[in-house]
Design a protein around this ligand. Sequence first.
Ligand code: ZN
Length: 330
Amino acid sequence: MNDDMTDPTSHDKAAFLAAVKKYEGVHDVSGVLALDPVNGPMIRHWAEAMGDTNPVYTDPEAAAASHYGEVVAPATMLQVWIMRGMDAGTTVNSTTGELYKHFTDNGFGSVVATNCEQEYVRPLRLGEVVEYDQLIETVSDEKTTGLGTGHFITTLTNIYVSGEGGRELIGTHRFRILRYTPHKKKAPAGSAAPAAPALRPRKVVNKDNQAYWDGVDAGKLLFQKCTDCATPRFPFAPGCNNCASLEWETVESTGKGVVYSHVTMHYPKFPAFDMPYAVGLIELEEGVRMLGNVIGVPHQDVRIGLPVELEFVTHDAELTVPAFRAVGEN
Ligand code: ZN
C-alpha cells in the first residue's frame, strides 16, 4: 500500500465513476409496446393544448388533400405514444433505477432534467402502434455546475413501428439529467455580522406590468380594460384575449370581491412568511380575478365565497402588495 498516494476521497470517486460508467451502452429495455395505438382523441387533446390548429392532425378531409393524404400525428407527440402513465411507472425495467440508486447512495440525491433532443424520421399515422428500445448512452465524468456537483446521464430512446419489412425507425428521443449534490450555502463573510432579516421575493416589474405596479405605488388596485371591446383583464398583458386589440386603459378596482378559490401554504417554509398562510384567488366585483394573501381570518376559516376587501400590506421598505381582508357577511 502506498500511503503517500492514497487519498480516500479520490479513490472513492474513481471507484464510483468506474461503477457507474459500466452502465454506458446498456440497453434498459427493448421492444416495449406502446399502451395505445396512435389515435385521434389523443392527437386532438394535444393539438388543443399546444394551440396547434393545423387541420392535417384533426380533419380527415383537409388531411386527405394534404401531401400526407391522411391524418398524421404531430411529430412532437413522439414521446406521448411511449409514456407509461402514472400507475405504470415511467420505466418498465430496473436498470436505470439501479443506476440512479448508485447516485443516490453516493450523495447525488438531487436531480434536474437538462436537455431533451428529438429527431423525427416520419410522421405517425392513425392506428400505428409504436415500440421502443431504451439505452443508457453516457454517464459523464464529475462536473460542477451552477446547481452543484454531479454527473450527467443521457438516455437514448429509439421509437419504431414494426411491419412486414421489420422495424422502421420513426424517431429518437435523447434525454439528459443531472444527478448532483447541491452547493452548500456559504456562511456570510464575517460571520459575526447579524443576519439580515428575511425578505419576501421582490416584485418583478416589466413593460407589460409597469402600470399595475405604478398603481400599487399610488395605493390603487388596477386592472386593464380593452378600449375596443371593453373586456376587463388581469394579469396585465399586451393584448386583449377577446379581440386581440393592443389598445387598453387601466381601471381602478373597488377592491371588493369574494374568494373564488384558495389554498393554505404549509410548505416550503420561507423565513419571510408566517406559516401557514392562506392564498386566495379573489374574484373582484368588476369580474377579474387576482391572487393575494387572505388576512383577518384564521386560514382554516377561509372558504369559497368569503367576502373580502382590498388592503395594502407593507412588508418592508420596498415591498407593499395588495392583500384581501375578510369582511363581515351581509
Ligand atoms: Zn378587446
